[in-house]
Design a protein around this ligand. Sequence first.
Ligand SMILES: Nc1ncnc2c1ncn2[C@@H]1O[C@H](COP(=O)(O)OP(=O)(O)OP(=O)(O)O)[C@@H](O)[C@H]1O
Ligand SMILES: [Mg+2]
Length: 173
Amino acid sequence: MGDPNNEPCCETLTVLTRSEAETVRLGRAVGQALKPRDVVLLSGELGAGKTRFVEGMARGIESPSETRSPTFVLVNEYAGRLLLAHCDLYRLSGPEETAELGLDDYLDRDAALAVEWPERARGEFPVEALEMQITFGESPDDRVFNVIARGESPRRLLAAMRVATEQHAGMGR
Ligand SMILES: Nc1ncnc2c1ncn2[C@@H]1O[C@H](COP(=O)(O)OP(=O)(O)OP(=O)(O)O)[C@@H](O)[C@H]1O
Ligand SMILES: [Mg+2]
């Protein structure tokens, strides 16, 4: 996923959330700005908040369906203003299996993609993506989002995160 400092093409943002609700709100802002074929790659340890963030994205596209963790279903679909395909590659054995998920087909069908554990299938996604690394902060409910936007569409999503951060005091840093 590269070092952002070596890639002047990319825009970066760091956001601190202090609760699950703040993370959902941050994800919702991305969902509201989401367009067909946008790709969001979410990295971070177990329990970092990747699924909570995608739950927010689903709300942002006004999806009426419940967001579940896709632990047993490899791809969850949320249909709202547009289709959002959410997958968790944690249990994937390698890139060959990714091909079988048909993620390209989703993009061909104008869906957006949110992917947990994308490092399990490095090189299988478009270069133009919004990538985030979520780490734990000082307090138990603190999460630090290090976000990199690679390309024009991802920049739109990063801008939405920035606006959401500025609107809610305490969410940015
Ligand atoms: N600031 C925060 N943002 C998000 N989740 C938080 C935060 N603070 C505490 N939590 C808790 O952390 C957990 C995050 O769970 P979540 O399923 O989103 O993790 P995940 O990154 O998807 O993990 P996995 O790799 O297992 O799928 C939830 O239990 C949530 O309540
Ligand atoms: Mg998860």
